[in-house]
Design a protein around this ligand. Structure first.
Ligand SMILES: *Cc1c(COP(=O)(O)O)cnc(C)c1O
Length: 460
C-alpha cells in the first residue's frame, strides 16, 4: 500500500477521530450530521443557497486561503452536499468525497483530474454504455488516449510513462462481470498509477473497492444509492492512500504551484486529500457540474435504507434467477450467483454469497418471443434504468443496442431474445407471477401466430 502523504489540513469536516468505526448500516443513517446547533433540526436541512456571508474582509480572505473551515459559494461546496459526501466517503472507507451532478460527471471529473492532452489511461472494456462512448470517442478528441485491456492481467502491458490511471467497473454494467480488483490494484501499485473504480452496481454494501487497493471510487448515485429512480447524481471518493508526492514525476499537478488556483500546492495544503481538493477547486470550480442540494437531500433519504434495500434486491434476484432457470419457456439465464456461470468465481471472491440484482435471460423462440414477453410485462417497468426499488426490464436488441448489426450485438453480449432485468424490492410472489404470465403470453401469442399462419397456408 502507498504511504499516506502527511496531512496538514483537510478540506472539510472534522478530522477523523481514532474511534471504532460504525458498521455500514449505521454510517448510512448517522455519518456526517448531528442536529445543527441553531435549529436542532434532525432531518438534514436543505441549504438552498448560492453563497455564504463573510464576517469580515479578513474572514473572507482566510476562507479563500483555506485557512479556516467554511463555505464560500455552492459551486465549491454546500452543507447539504457535505453531509452526503461524508456519508459516502465513510461507507466506502475513503477520506473524502465530492458530490457532482451525475454519474457521468463523476467518471469524467475523476479521470480529467489525472490527465491532460498527450496522456493515456487504461480501462477494462465492460462498461456502462455512456462511459464506453466517453472513453472511445470523447477523451480521444481531447488528446487523451484510452487503451482497452482484454482482461485484468493485460493492463500491465499497456502502461507507459504517460499512463495516468487504470479504470474499471467493479461489477460491469450490463455484463455483470466482477473485476479482479486485487490483481488490478497490484499492477497499479507496481507502476505508481492510481486505480479508479466505478462501484455503482455493487454498492459499498456488497463491495468496498478501497479494501482491495482501489485509490479512487466513483458512483452513479442515480442507481442504488438514491434507490427510488427520482434523482440523477454522482460521487467521487478519495481513499487518501495514493502518494501524489512520491509519484510527483507522473503527477506534477498535485505538488507544483497551481496558477489556476492562487498558486496552491495541493499536497502541501491538503495532504492526503490533495486529489479531491484539486477536483473540487479546479474541476468543479471551473466547469461547474454541481449537485443541487435538494438532490443531495433525496439521495441521502435513499442512502439511509441502502443496506436493507440491497439485501432485498439480492434475495429477490436469486429467487427470480432460480425461477427462470426452471421455466420451460426460458432458454438460458445468465446470473453470476449460479456456480456453473462463468461469472461465478469472481462474484464469489468479491461479493461472497450475495450476488448483484442484475440478470439476463433468453426467451425460447428468438427475437419475436423476446419482444412478446417484454410487451406482456405488467408489474415490471419497461425502461433502461437500474437499482430502482421497482423491478425494471429492458430488451437491448430493440432499444439500447438497436443501432448495432447482429454481429456487433453478439460482440456486446446481446442476443435477439435476451431480456435484462433489474430486480426490485416488491414482494417476490408478485414479481414471479408477472414473469410467469409474460412468458405464458409470449407462448400463447406464438401458438396463435402459428395457427393464423397455418390457416393462411390452408387458404392460400
Ligand atoms: C448509470 C451509470 C453511470 C452514469 O450515471 P448517470 O447518473 O446516469 O450519469 C455510470 N456508471 C455506471 C456503472 C452506471 O450504471
Amino acid at each position: 500500500m502507498e504511504q499516506r502523504a502527511n496531512s496538514t489540513q483537510s478540506t472539510g469536516g472534522e478530522s477523523k477521530p481514532a474511534v471504532k468505526r460504525w458498521k455500514p448500516e449505521t454510517i448510512a443513517i448517522h455519518e456526517g450530521y448531528r442536529p445543527e446547533p441553531t435549529t436542532k433540526a434532525v432531518g438534514v436541512p436543505i441549504y438552498q443557497t448560492v453563497a455564504y456571508e463573510f464576517e469580515s474582509a479578513e474572514h473572507g480572505a482566510a476562507l479563500f486561503n483555506n485557512e479556516v473551515e467554511g463555505n464560500i459559494y455552492s459551486r465549491l461546496g454546500n452543507p447539504t452536499n457535505a453531509v452526503l459526501e461524508k456519508r459516502i466517503a465513510a461507507l466506502e472507507g475513503g477520506v473524502e468525497a465530492l458530490a457532482v451532478s451525475s454519474g457521468m460527471t463523476a467518471v469524467y471529473y475523476a479521470l480529467a483530474n489525472l490527465v491532460e492532452a498527450g496522456d493515456n489511461f487504461i480501462s477494462l472494456p465492460q462498461l456502462y454504455g455512456r462511459t464506453y462512448t466517453l472513453f472511445a470517442h470523447v477523451f480521444p478528441r481531447q488528446g487523451v488516449e484510452v487503451r482497452f485491456a482484454a482482461n485484468e492481467a493485460q493492463t500491465e502491458r499497456l502502461i507507459d510513462g504517460k499512463t495516468k490511471a487504470i479504470f474499471c467497473e467493479s461489477v460491469g454494467n450490463p455484463a455483470g462481470n466482477v473485476a479482479d480488483l486485487a490483481v488490478l490494484a497490484e499492477i497499479a501499485r507496481r507502476h505508481g498509477v492510481p486505480l479508479v473504480v466505478d462501484n455503482t452496481i455493487a454498492t459499498p454494501i456488497l463491495l468496498r473497492p478501497i479494501e482491495y487497493g482501489a485509490d479512487i471510487v466513483v458512483h452513479a448515485a442515480t442507481k442504488f444509492l438514491c434507490g427510488h429512480g427520482t434523482t440523477i447524481g454522482g460521487l467521487i471518493v478519495d481513499s487518501g492512500r495514493f502518494s501524489w508526492l512520491r509519484h510527483r514525476d507522473r503527477f506534477p499537478q498535485f505538488s507544483q504551484p497551481e496558477p489556476a488556483y492562487h498558486d496552491v500546492v495541493y499536497t502541501q495544503r491538503f495532504g492526503d486529500a490533495a486529489y479531491l481538493a484539486r477536483c473540487r477547486t479546479l474541476g468543479m470550480g471551473n466547469t461547474g457540474a454541481v449537485l443541487a442540494p435538494f438532490n443531495a437531500f433525496l439521495i441521502l433519504q435513499g442512502v439511509e435504507t441502502l443496506a436493507l434495500r440491497v439485501e432485498r434486491h439480492v434475495e429477490n434476484a436469486r429467487r427470480v434467477a432460480e425461477f427462470l432457470r426452471s421455466h420451460e419457456r426460458v432458454a438460458w439465464v445468465s446470473y453470476a450467483g449460479f456456480p456453473d456461470s462463468p461469472l461465478y468465481p469472481m462474484a464469489r471472491k468479491y461479493l461472497g454469497d450475495r450476488c448483484v440484482s442484475l440478470l439476463t435471460f433468453g426467451v425460447k423462440g428468438g427475437y419475436e418471443a423476446g419482444i412478446r414477453c417484454f410487451n406482456a410485462l405488467q408489474l415490471f417497468m419497461r425502461m433502461v434504468n437500474m437499482g430502482d426499488a421497482k423491478s425494471l426490464a429492458c430488451h437491448p436488441a430493440s432499444t439500447t443496442h438497436r443501432q448495432l448489426t447482429p454481429e456487433e450485438q453478439a460482440k456486446a453480449g446481446v442476443t435477439p431474445e435476451m431480456l435484462r432485468l433489474s430486480i426490485g424490492i416488491e414482494h417476490i410472489d408478485d414479481i414471479l407471477e408477472d414473469l410467469d404470465q409474460a412468458l405464458a403470453a409470449s407462448a400463447a401469442a406464438e401458438s396463435s401466430t402459428r395457427a393464423v399462419a397455418g390457416a393462411a397456408a390452408v387458404r392460400g
